[in-house]
Ligand binder design. Structure first.
Ligand SMILES: [Zn+2]
Length: 412
Protein backbone atom coordinates (compact mmCIF):
# COMPACT_ATOMS: atom_id res chain seq x y z
CA UNK A 1 0.00 0.00 0.00
CA UNK A 2 1.48 3.31 -1.09
CA UNK A 3 -0.11 6.17 0.79
CA UNK A 4 0.07 9.67 -0.61
CA UNK A 5 -1.52 12.60 1.16
CA UNK A 6 -2.62 15.38 -1.17
CA UNK A 7 -1.19 18.20 0.90
CA UNK A 8 -2.08 20.96 -1.53
CA UNK A 9 -5.72 19.98 -1.68
CA UNK A 10 -5.92 19.52 2.09
CA UNK A 11 -4.46 22.97 2.76
CA UNK A 12 -6.78 24.58 0.22
CA UNK A 13 -9.76 22.88 1.86
CA UNK A 14 -8.68 24.21 5.27
CA UNK A 15 -8.55 27.69 3.72
CA UNK A 16 -11.93 27.23 2.05
CA UNK A 17 -13.58 26.15 5.31
CA UNK A 18 -11.92 29.07 7.15
CA UNK A 19 -13.57 31.46 4.70
CA UNK A 20 -17.00 30.33 5.96
CA UNK A 21 -16.82 32.44 9.07
CA UNK A 22 -18.53 35.21 11.00
CA UNK A 23 -15.14 36.66 11.95
CA UNK A 24 -12.98 38.91 9.86
CA UNK A 25 -10.11 36.90 8.29
CA UNK A 26 -7.82 35.50 9.56
CA UNK A 27 -10.14 35.13 12.57
CA UNK A 28 -12.64 32.31 12.33
CA UNK A 29 -15.94 32.45 14.21
CA UNK A 30 -18.37 29.62 13.63
CA UNK A 31 -20.92 29.09 16.37
CA UNK A 32 -23.00 25.96 16.26
CA UNK A 33 -26.25 26.15 14.26
CA UNK A 34 -25.76 29.71 13.06
CA UNK A 35 -26.34 30.20 9.32
CA UNK A 36 -22.54 30.18 8.94
CA UNK A 37 -22.19 26.85 10.72
CA UNK A 38 -24.96 25.39 8.56
CA UNK A 39 -23.20 26.64 5.44
CA UNK A 40 -19.95 25.03 6.59
CA UNK A 41 -21.76 21.77 7.29
CA UNK A 42 -23.27 21.78 3.80
CA UNK A 43 -19.86 22.50 2.26
CA UNK A 44 -18.34 19.61 4.19
CA UNK A 45 -21.14 17.26 3.30
CA UNK A 46 -20.49 17.89 -0.39
CA UNK A 47 -16.76 17.13 0.11
CA UNK A 48 -17.69 13.83 1.82
CA UNK A 49 -20.13 12.87 -0.90
CA UNK A 50 -17.52 13.65 -3.55
CA UNK A 51 -15.34 11.06 -1.81
CA UNK A 52 -18.12 8.50 -2.18
CA UNK A 53 -18.96 8.47 1.54
CA UNK A 54 -22.50 7.82 2.75
CA UNK A 55 -23.49 10.78 4.91
CA UNK A 56 -26.06 10.74 7.72
CA UNK A 57 -26.64 12.84 10.82
CA UNK A 58 -28.36 12.38 14.14
CA UNK A 59 -30.87 14.50 16.06
CA UNK A 60 -28.22 16.86 17.44
CA UNK A 61 -26.38 17.19 14.12
CA UNK A 62 -23.40 14.89 14.70
CA UNK A 63 -22.50 13.96 11.14
CA UNK A 64 -21.27 10.52 10.06
CA UNK A 65 -19.64 9.96 6.65
CA UNK A 66 -19.00 6.29 6.06
CA UNK A 67 -16.76 4.37 3.72
CA UNK A 68 -18.30 0.90 3.85
CA UNK A 69 -15.93 -1.95 4.60
CA UNK A 70 -16.03 -5.42 3.07
CA UNK A 71 -17.81 -6.53 6.25
CA UNK A 72 -20.34 -3.70 6.60
CA UNK A 73 -21.98 -5.29 9.66
CA UNK A 74 -18.71 -5.22 11.63
CA UNK A 75 -18.01 -2.40 14.10
CA UNK A 76 -16.66 0.70 12.35
CA UNK A 77 -13.36 2.47 12.86
CA UNK A 78 -14.01 6.15 13.48
CA UNK A 79 -12.02 9.32 13.06
CA UNK A 80 -13.01 12.96 13.24
CA UNK A 81 -13.28 16.12 15.28
CA UNK A 82 -15.30 19.34 15.17
CA UNK A 83 -15.73 22.35 12.89
CA UNK A 84 -17.37 24.81 15.28
CA UNK A 85 -15.09 27.62 16.40
CA UNK A 86 -15.28 30.04 19.32
CA UNK A 87 -15.46 33.78 18.53
CA UNK A 88 -12.19 35.07 17.07
CA UNK A 89 -10.57 31.65 16.78
CA UNK A 90 -8.18 30.15 14.24
CA UNK A 91 -8.44 27.83 11.23
CA UNK A 92 -7.03 24.61 12.63
CA UNK A 93 -8.63 23.63 15.93
CA UNK A 94 -10.92 20.70 15.11
CA UNK A 95 -10.72 21.33 11.39
CA UNK A 96 -7.39 19.50 11.02
CA UNK A 97 -9.01 16.37 12.45
CA UNK A 98 -12.05 16.64 10.19
CA UNK A 99 -10.43 17.56 6.88
CA UNK A 100 -7.31 15.52 7.74
CA UNK A 101 -9.62 12.57 8.49
CA UNK A 102 -11.36 13.03 5.16
CA UNK A 103 -8.04 13.26 3.31
CA UNK A 104 -6.79 10.16 5.17
CA UNK A 105 -9.81 8.25 3.84
CA UNK A 106 -9.22 9.58 0.32
CA UNK A 107 -5.53 8.63 0.51
CA UNK A 108 -6.52 5.09 1.51
CA UNK A 109 -9.03 4.95 -1.35
CA UNK A 110 -6.37 6.10 -3.85
CA UNK A 111 -3.91 3.52 -2.58
CA UNK A 112 -6.28 0.70 -3.48
CA UNK A 113 -6.74 -0.29 0.16
CA UNK A 114 -10.10 -1.85 1.00
CA UNK A 115 -11.09 -1.88 4.67
CA UNK A 116 -12.78 -4.85 6.28
CA UNK A 117 -14.36 -2.65 8.95
CA UNK A 118 -16.11 0.46 7.67
CA UNK A 119 -14.17 3.67 8.21
CA UNK A 120 -16.29 6.56 9.36
CA UNK A 121 -15.57 10.27 9.55
CA UNK A 122 -17.45 11.74 12.50
CA UNK A 123 -17.99 15.49 12.81
CA UNK A 124 -19.12 16.31 16.34
CA UNK A 125 -21.71 18.98 17.10
CA UNK A 126 -20.69 21.83 19.39
CA UNK A 127 -17.36 20.79 20.80
CA UNK A 128 -17.04 24.39 21.91
CA UNK A 129 -19.25 25.55 24.79
CA UNK A 130 -19.94 28.98 23.26
CA UNK A 131 -23.63 28.63 22.56
CA UNK A 132 -24.97 26.21 25.17
CA UNK A 133 -22.40 26.66 27.93
CA UNK A 134 -21.23 23.06 27.83
CA UNK A 135 -18.39 21.67 25.70
CA UNK A 136 -18.55 18.44 23.68
CA UNK A 137 -22.34 18.44 23.50
CA UNK A 138 -22.44 15.98 20.58
CA UNK A 139 -19.93 13.49 21.97
CA UNK A 140 -21.48 13.64 25.46
CA UNK A 141 -24.79 12.57 23.94
CA UNK A 142 -23.19 9.94 21.69
CA UNK A 143 -21.47 8.36 24.68
CA UNK A 144 -24.36 8.68 27.13
CA UNK A 145 -22.27 11.02 29.31
CA UNK A 146 -25.09 13.58 29.20
CA UNK A 147 -28.69 12.47 29.53
CA UNK A 148 -31.12 13.53 26.81
CA UNK A 149 -33.25 15.16 29.55
CA UNK A 150 -30.33 17.30 30.76
CA UNK A 151 -29.44 18.17 27.16
CA UNK A 152 -33.07 19.11 26.53
CA UNK A 153 -32.89 21.69 29.32
CA UNK A 154 -29.98 23.54 27.68
CA UNK A 155 -30.65 26.93 26.19
CA UNK A 156 -28.57 29.61 24.51
CA UNK A 157 -28.07 33.21 25.67
CA UNK A 158 -31.24 34.30 23.92
CA UNK A 159 -33.19 31.71 25.87
CA UNK A 160 -33.75 29.48 22.86
CA UNK A 161 -33.94 25.83 23.87
CA UNK A 162 -31.78 23.26 22.19
CA UNK A 163 -34.86 21.73 20.59
CA UNK A 164 -35.82 25.09 19.14
CA UNK A 165 -32.31 25.71 17.84
CA UNK A 166 -31.78 22.28 16.32
CA UNK A 167 -35.31 22.34 14.86
CA UNK A 168 -34.41 25.63 13.20
CA UNK A 169 -31.39 23.89 11.71
CA UNK A 170 -33.70 21.26 10.21
CA UNK A 171 -32.77 18.50 12.66
CA UNK A 172 -35.58 16.17 13.67
CA UNK A 173 -35.70 13.13 15.89
CA UNK A 174 -35.22 12.49 19.58
CA UNK A 175 -32.10 13.40 21.58
CA UNK A 176 -32.58 10.01 23.29
CA UNK A 177 -31.69 8.33 19.99
CA UNK A 178 -28.30 10.04 19.68
CA UNK A 179 -26.47 7.61 21.98
CA UNK A 180 -24.50 5.08 19.97
CA UNK A 181 -25.11 1.37 20.43
CA UNK A 182 -22.49 -0.50 22.47
CA UNK A 183 -19.71 -1.70 20.23
CA UNK A 184 -20.58 0.73 17.45
CA UNK A 185 -16.91 1.65 17.09
CA UNK A 186 -14.09 -0.86 17.10
CA UNK A 187 -11.70 2.05 17.59
CA UNK A 188 -11.68 5.83 17.31
CA UNK A 189 -8.76 8.16 16.52
CA UNK A 190 -8.83 11.96 16.60
CA UNK A 191 -6.17 14.05 14.88
CA UNK A 192 -5.81 17.49 16.47
CA UNK A 193 -3.40 20.39 16.88
CA UNK A 194 -1.63 20.21 20.23
CA UNK A 195 -2.84 23.62 21.51
CA UNK A 196 0.33 23.71 23.60
CA UNK A 197 4.04 24.29 22.92
CA UNK A 198 5.64 20.92 23.71
CA UNK A 199 5.88 19.38 20.24
CA UNK A 200 7.26 22.57 18.77
CA UNK A 201 9.84 22.84 21.55
CA UNK A 202 10.87 19.24 20.98
CA UNK A 203 10.95 19.86 17.19
CA UNK A 204 8.81 16.78 16.73
CA UNK A 205 5.91 16.64 14.30
CA UNK A 206 3.79 14.03 16.04
CA UNK A 207 2.45 13.38 19.52
CA UNK A 208 0.62 10.25 20.61
CA UNK A 209 -1.70 11.03 23.50
CA UNK A 210 -1.55 8.77 26.55
CA UNK A 211 -4.29 10.44 28.57
CA UNK A 212 -6.68 13.38 28.42
CA UNK A 213 -6.92 15.77 31.37
CA UNK A 214 -10.10 15.96 33.39
CA UNK A 215 -12.04 19.20 32.98
CA UNK A 216 -14.62 20.69 35.30
CA UNK A 217 -16.50 23.93 35.00
CA UNK A 218 -18.70 25.96 37.29
CA UNK A 219 -20.87 29.02 37.06
CA UNK A 220 -20.43 31.22 40.10
CA UNK A 221 -22.79 34.00 41.09
CA UNK A 222 -22.03 36.62 43.71
CA UNK A 223 -24.80 38.74 45.18
CA UNK A 224 -23.94 41.82 47.16
CA UNK A 225 -25.85 45.04 47.34
CA UNK A 226 -25.70 47.98 45.02
CA UNK A 227 -26.06 51.66 45.59
CA UNK A 228 -24.79 55.08 44.68
CA UNK A 229 -21.02 55.23 44.20
CA UNK A 230 -20.97 58.52 46.08
CA UNK A 231 -23.61 57.90 48.70
CA UNK A 232 -22.67 54.55 50.23
CA UNK A 233 -19.62 54.79 52.47
CA UNK A 234 -16.96 52.14 52.40
CA UNK A 235 -17.77 50.42 55.73
CA UNK A 236 -21.36 49.91 54.54
CA UNK A 237 -20.58 48.30 51.25
CA UNK A 238 -21.30 44.76 50.08
CA UNK A 239 -19.57 45.12 46.74
CA UNK A 240 -20.00 41.97 44.65
CA UNK A 241 -17.12 42.82 42.31
CA UNK A 242 -14.62 43.27 45.16
CA UNK A 243 -15.66 39.84 46.44
CA UNK A 244 -15.24 38.46 42.92
CA UNK A 245 -11.74 39.93 42.70
CA UNK A 246 -10.74 38.13 45.91
CA UNK A 247 -12.29 34.91 44.73
CA UNK A 248 -10.53 35.04 41.35
CA UNK A 249 -7.16 35.36 43.10
CA UNK A 250 -8.08 32.52 45.47
CA UNK A 251 -8.83 30.38 42.41
CA UNK A 252 -5.44 31.21 40.92
CA UNK A 253 -3.80 30.35 44.22
CA UNK A 254 -5.65 27.03 44.52
CA UNK A 255 -4.28 25.94 41.14
CA UNK A 256 -0.77 27.28 41.80
CA UNK A 257 -0.48 25.56 45.14
CA UNK A 258 -1.86 22.14 44.14
CA UNK A 259 1.67 20.76 44.03
CA UNK A 260 1.69 20.06 40.27
CA UNK A 261 1.89 22.19 37.15
CA UNK A 262 -0.84 19.98 35.66
CA UNK A 263 -3.48 21.82 37.69
CA UNK A 264 -4.82 24.80 35.76
CA UNK A 265 -7.73 27.07 36.67
CA UNK A 266 -9.19 29.95 34.70
CA UNK A 267 -11.90 32.53 35.24
CA UNK A 268 -12.72 33.53 31.68
CA UNK A 269 -15.99 35.39 32.16
CA UNK A 270 -16.82 38.16 34.61
CA UNK A 271 -20.19 39.84 34.17
CA UNK A 272 -20.85 42.85 36.33
CA UNK A 273 -24.33 44.15 37.13
CA UNK A 274 -25.46 46.87 36.66
CA UNK A 275 -22.18 47.78 34.97
CA UNK A 276 -22.42 51.53 35.47
CA UNK A 277 -19.58 53.92 36.36
CA UNK A 278 -21.32 55.40 39.39
CA UNK A 279 -23.05 52.32 40.70
CA UNK A 280 -21.70 49.78 43.20
CA UNK A 281 -21.72 46.32 41.60
CA UNK A 282 -24.57 44.36 43.17
CA UNK A 283 -24.16 41.15 41.24
CA UNK A 284 -21.31 39.38 39.45
CA UNK A 285 -21.33 36.22 37.35
CA UNK A 286 -18.09 34.28 36.92
CA UNK A 287 -17.16 31.09 35.13
CA UNK A 288 -14.52 28.74 36.43
CA UNK A 289 -12.71 26.21 34.25
CA UNK A 290 -10.41 23.86 36.14
CA UNK A 291 -8.48 20.84 34.86
CA UNK A 292 -5.93 18.28 35.89
CA UNK A 293 -4.56 14.95 34.75
CA UNK A 294 -5.35 13.51 38.21
CA UNK A 295 -8.92 13.59 39.36
CA UNK A 296 -8.14 13.68 43.08
CA UNK A 297 -5.83 16.67 42.72
CA UNK A 298 -8.36 18.57 40.62
CA UNK A 299 -11.11 17.85 43.11
CA UNK A 300 -8.76 18.94 45.93
CA UNK A 301 -8.27 22.30 44.21
CA UNK A 302 -12.03 22.61 43.76
CA UNK A 303 -12.51 22.02 47.49
CA UNK A 304 -9.91 24.70 48.28
CA UNK A 305 -11.86 27.12 46.07
CA UNK A 306 -15.08 26.17 47.83
CA UNK A 307 -13.50 26.93 51.24
CA UNK A 308 -12.15 30.26 49.99
CA UNK A 309 -15.53 31.22 48.64
CA UNK A 310 -17.22 30.50 52.00
CA UNK A 311 -14.61 32.66 53.79
CA UNK A 312 -14.96 35.54 51.33
CA UNK A 313 -18.77 35.40 51.52
CA UNK A 314 -18.67 35.58 55.32
CA UNK A 315 -16.09 38.35 55.43
CA UNK A 316 -17.76 40.52 52.80
CA UNK A 317 -21.40 39.78 53.63
CA UNK A 318 -22.20 38.63 50.11
CA UNK A 319 -23.91 35.50 48.85
CA UNK A 320 -21.71 33.24 46.71
CA UNK A 321 -23.36 30.36 44.92
CA UNK A 322 -21.79 27.99 42.46
CA UNK A 323 -23.41 25.65 40.03
CA UNK A 324 -21.46 22.73 38.65
CA UNK A 325 -21.76 22.70 34.85
CA UNK A 326 -19.66 19.58 34.37
CA UNK A 327 -16.97 17.58 36.19
CA UNK A 328 -15.55 14.86 34.04
CA UNK A 329 -13.04 12.14 34.77
CA UNK A 330 -9.79 11.97 32.81
CA UNK A 331 -9.40 9.32 30.11
CA UNK A 332 -6.60 6.94 29.31
CA UNK A 333 -6.10 6.37 25.62
CA UNK A 334 -6.52 2.77 24.47
CA UNK A 335 -3.33 0.75 24.16
CA UNK A 336 -4.32 -0.81 20.83
CA UNK A 337 -4.94 2.60 19.27
CA UNK A 338 -1.70 4.01 20.68
CA UNK A 339 0.13 0.96 19.32
CA UNK A 340 -1.43 1.40 15.85
CA UNK A 341 -0.34 5.06 15.83
CA UNK A 342 3.17 4.30 17.10
CA UNK A 343 3.63 1.50 14.57
CA UNK A 344 2.44 3.81 11.77
CA UNK A 345 4.95 6.48 12.82
CA UNK A 346 7.78 3.94 12.86
CA UNK A 347 6.87 2.53 9.45
CA UNK A 348 7.17 6.01 7.98
CA UNK A 349 10.33 6.80 9.92
CA UNK A 350 8.62 9.61 11.82
CA UNK A 351 9.65 10.31 15.42
CA UNK A 352 6.91 10.99 17.96
CA UNK A 353 6.43 12.05 21.58
CA UNK A 354 4.05 10.42 24.01
CA UNK A 355 2.10 13.11 25.81
CA UNK A 356 -0.88 14.22 27.85
CA UNK A 357 -3.71 16.23 26.32
CA UNK A 358 -4.34 19.17 28.60
CA UNK A 359 -7.18 20.46 26.52
CA UNK A 360 -10.16 18.17 26.38
CA UNK A 361 -11.70 16.91 23.23
CA UNK A 362 -14.61 14.86 21.99
CA UNK A 363 -12.28 11.87 22.33
CA UNK A 364 -12.56 12.19 26.12
CA UNK A 365 -16.22 11.16 25.83
CA UNK A 366 -15.85 8.70 22.95
CA UNK A 367 -13.26 6.90 25.10
CA UNK A 368 -16.17 5.94 27.42
CA UNK A 369 -17.70 3.79 24.64
CA UNK A 370 -14.82 2.79 22.36
CA UNK A 371 -11.06 2.23 22.41
CA UNK A 372 -9.88 5.74 21.61
CA UNK A 373 -6.64 7.52 20.83
CA UNK A 374 -5.45 10.94 19.74
CA UNK A 375 -2.68 12.12 17.48
CA UNK A 376 -1.30 15.62 17.91
CA UNK A 377 0.59 17.86 15.52
CA UNK A 378 2.37 21.05 16.61
CA UNK A 379 0.90 24.52 16.33
CA UNK A 380 3.06 27.63 16.29
CA UNK A 381 3.96 28.85 19.80
CA UNK A 382 1.25 26.55 21.12
CA UNK A 383 -1.29 29.22 20.14
CA UNK A 384 -4.89 28.14 19.75
CA UNK A 385 -8.31 29.76 20.07
CA UNK A 386 -6.88 32.92 18.50
CA UNK A 387 -6.66 34.15 14.90
CA UNK A 388 -2.90 33.57 14.60
CA UNK A 389 -3.25 29.86 15.36
CA UNK A 390 -1.07 28.13 12.75
CA UNK A 391 -0.04 24.60 11.85
CA UNK A 392 2.53 23.98 9.13
CA UNK A 393 1.28 22.17 6.01
CA UNK A 394 4.06 19.59 6.36
CA UNK A 395 2.97 18.77 9.90
CA UNK A 396 -0.68 18.54 8.86
CA UNK A 397 0.31 16.20 6.04
CA UNK A 398 2.43 14.01 8.36
CA UNK A 399 -0.40 13.77 10.86
CA UNK A 400 -2.80 12.84 8.07
CA UNK A 401 -0.42 10.20 6.73
CA UNK A 402 0.00 8.56 10.14
CA UNK A 403 -3.75 8.77 10.72
CA UNK A 404 -4.41 7.03 7.39
CA UNK A 405 -1.90 4.30 8.16
CA UNK A 406 -3.40 3.75 11.61
CA UNK A 407 -6.95 3.65 10.20
CA UNK A 408 -5.76 0.97 7.75
CA UNK A 409 -4.32 -1.13 10.57
CA UNK A 410 -7.37 -0.76 12.79
CA UNK A 411 -9.87 -1.48 9.99
CA UNK A 412 -8.13 -4.52 8.47
ZN1 LIG B 1 -10.70 21.27 19.21
Amino acid sequence: MKLDVDRKRLVSEIEALASISDGEAPAVTRIVFTPTDLKARAWLRTRCEEAGLAVRWDAVGNTFARWAGSDPAAAAVGTGSHIDAIPNAGKYDGVVGVLGGLEAIRALQRSGFRPKHSIELLVFTSEEPTRFGIGCLGSRLLSGSLSPEAAGRLADDEGKSIDEVRGGAGLRGELADVKLADGYYKAFVELHIEQGPLLERAQTSLGIVKSIAAPASLRISIEGSGGHAGGVLMPDREDALCAAAELILAIENAARSSGATDTVATVGVCEVFPGAVNSIPSRVGLTLDIRDTYLARRDGAMQAIERASRDIAAKRQVLIQSELVNADAPADCALEVRAALAESCREHGLPFLEMVSRAYHDSLFISRIAPTGMLFIPCRNGYSHRPDEYARPEDIARGTLVLAEALAKLSS
